[in-house]
Design a protein around this ligand. Structure first.
Ligand SMILES: Cc1ncc(C[n+]2csc(CCOP(=O)(O)OP(=O)(O)O)c2C)c(N)n1
Ligand SMILES: [Mg+2]
Length: 320
């Protein structure tokens, strides 16, 4: 079992962002060395994941997309079981049968990772409808990208959620890229949040590279959803610092754009703020870095030492 992470102290949120970064860079490194399946990383987007997920309660549910590692680790997923899943091992969260692109973790309320772009949007609307019909507690948080927001399913889902008053926090992680296409080629506005108004839905854009700002905005949005029962669209404006999928040399990216966003790195920003405010010292930062590195090494050993599923399980837990 994995426990839902609840710590919202600035130091804990920074450590979680560092863990996500270290985990994803390790996965990319192992992939480059031929020891790991290819995955999509969300390096640069850690503040969006941690700020939103830590603002949720234990009985809230999460639906996410192909960049779900940060959302899962922020919720308290065990890095070893995550890595085991990507390596197809039986100790992974889905017994090694989902890889990185379909992970779900019932005990953490993570209903699904959808690799069908926009799939999470319609399914989150359905999950929230069932929550409402069953008069169950909790809201639904749905993570998706700016590319998904350009699909018809986004517009249908938001319209229905608004008309039916569904308790959903839609989180658009606007990371400027849609696979190998810049969002400026597919949208004539900068902010997906403006589209919510067309459906009578409240919305807001927040600096997605500032974990404190994301946490505050998510907390406020969630309080509004709980008070009104209505959906809310929160856009976290951020940047994907690595490629779309490993490996990816990012030859299609303007180096100036990449540099400008590197300078806004969410982990560096948070570290500087905590050091300046005295919540962190160089010693406590070094201890944090050591804990994170040790956690990733433990995850690798756990995954590598875990067995593959037995042949007799070939057709169990899957649609046949
Ligand atoms: C329905 C569908 N169309 C196309 C793809 C291929 N694809 C995978 S990720 C992606 C880009 C999605 O962009 P965005 O929603 O902005 O998410 P990001 O990758 O930037 O996090 C595309 C086109 C897919 N998986 N599903
Ligand atoms: Mg995108």
């Amino acid at each position: 079992m994995s426990d839902i992470a609840k710590d919202t102290s600035p130091a804990s949120m920074l450590e979680c962002m560092m863990l996500i970064r270290a985990y994803e860079e390790k996965v990319a490194e192992m992939h480059a060395a031929g020891n790991m399946a290819g995955t999509c990383t969300a390096v640069g987007q850690e503040a969006s994941a941690v700020g939103v997920v830590r603002a949720l309660r234990a009985n809230d549910r999460i639906l996410t997309n192909h960049r779900s590692v940060g959302h899962l680790l922020a919720r308290g997923a065990d890095p070893g079981r995550m890595m085991a899943e990507v390596m197809g091992r039986s100790t992974g969260y889905c017994k090694g049968k989902s890889g990185s692109l379909h992970i779900s973790v019932k005990e953490l309320g993570v209903v699904l990772t959808s690799t069908i772009v926009g799939g999470e949007l319609s399914l989150a609307t359905g999950v929230a409808l069932s929550t409402k019909m069953l008069k169950a507690d909790g809201i639904v948080a749905c993570f998706f990208g700016d590319g998904a927001a350009c699909e018809g399913i986004f517009h249908e889902s938001l319209n229905l959620a608004s008309v039916w008053d569904l308790p959903i926090l839609y989180v658009c992680e606007n990371n400027q890229w849609q696979a190998f296409v810049h969002r400026k080629e597919t949208m004539n506005v900068d902010h997906v949040s403006t589209w919510a108004n067309s459906y009578g839905m409240a919305s807001r854009t927040v600096d997605g590279n500032d974990v404190d700002a994301v946490y505050a905005a998510a907390t406020e949005a969630i309080a509004t959803i709980r008070a009104t029962g209505k959906p809310f669209l929160l856009e976290t404006y951020t940047y994907r610092l690595r490629g779309h999928v490993e490996p990816d040399d990012q030859s299609y990216v303007d180096p100036k754009e990449l540099e400008a966003w590197r300078a806004k790195d969410p982990i560096a920003k948070s570290t500087a703020r905590l050091l300046a405010g005295g919540a962190l010292t160089t010693d406590s930062l070094a201890a944090m870095e050591e804990r994170v590195a040790a956690a990733v090494e433990r995850a690798v050993s756990f995954a590598v030492d875990s067995p593959f599923p037995a042949l007799s399980e070939l057709t169990t837990d899957v649609y046949a």
